[in-house]
Design a protein around this ligand. Structure first.
Ligand SMILES: [Zn+2]
Length: 226
């Protein structure tokens, strides 16, 4: 288990660099976590640490009630939301949170992003939904994420007036969903400025989603370390 946690500290620390690379975060906002497979544990970003200072050693380990188990820093203030998702969605291995600009602009209006791009159908299987308004602390954010995502194929939810939470089978997949969510939010926003984007028929969304999830790309690669 020590080796697994060390490997996850490394990969979760490295994945935080993707949030800055794709311009999804400002200052210390945003966070990535990964479930420790087979354990009641997760690896998550520490609270308030600059992205330049994120290292594998600065990542913290918490239990799935959000309590600190191992680490020199306090866990991210969003830890309770990540923990709630892991407790209630056993298939989820990674969670990401950002306030990325375009996606959060949709969240500020409480408006779901309609499915008007084939890439969106591929990745999200339909609209990117809006979750409820919820204050930080307690389980309200986690509940809002789980309730919304269990009703949609989308791995991303726009929490109203707040920002994006994404899930994935591992942390890398959740980061990819966060990057693609912002890309879709931006393109649909820009499209809206010159007119009304055209909807894609539900049957075509289904077929795009099915092909992309099951056929497109390389066969899944087994995890690098166990
Ligand atoms: Zn937030």
């Amino acid at each position: 288990m020590i080796n697994t946690i060390d490997a996850l500290r490394e990969s979760v620390a490295a994945l935080h660099a993707e949030l800055t690379r794709y311009n999804l975060v400002a200052w210390t906002s945003g966070n990535v976590s990964a479930r420790v497979p087979g354990e009641n544990l997760m690896v998550i970003k520490p609270s308030g640490v600059s992205y330049d200072d994120i290292t594998p050693a600065s990542m913290v380990v918490c239990d799935l009630d959000g309590q600190l188990v191992e680490g020199d820093f306090a866990p991210s203030s969003d830890t309770a939301a990540h923990a709630y998702v892991y407790r209630h969605m056993p298939e989820v291995g990674g969670v990401v949170h950002t306030h990325s600009t375009y996606a959060t602009a949709w969240a500020a209006r409480g408006e779901a992003i309609p499915c008007v791009l084939t890439a969106q159908a591929d990745e999200f299987g339909g609209e990117i939904p809006i979750g409820p308004f919820a204050l930080i602390g307690g389980d309200d954010i986690g509940k809002g994420i789980v309730t919304t995502l269990t009703r949609h194929r989308s791995p991303a939810v726009l929490m109203r007036n707040h920002g994006v939470f994404t899930i994935g089978r591992d942390a890398r997949a959740a980061v990819k969903a966060a990057v693609m969510c912002e890309d879709v939010a931006r393109t649909v926003h820009i499209s809206r400025q010159l007119g009304q984007p055209l909807a894609i028929a539900p049957a075509d969304i289904d077929s795009l989603f099915d092909r992309y999830q099951n056929v497109y790309g390389q066969r899944p690669v087994p995890p690098q370390r166990s």
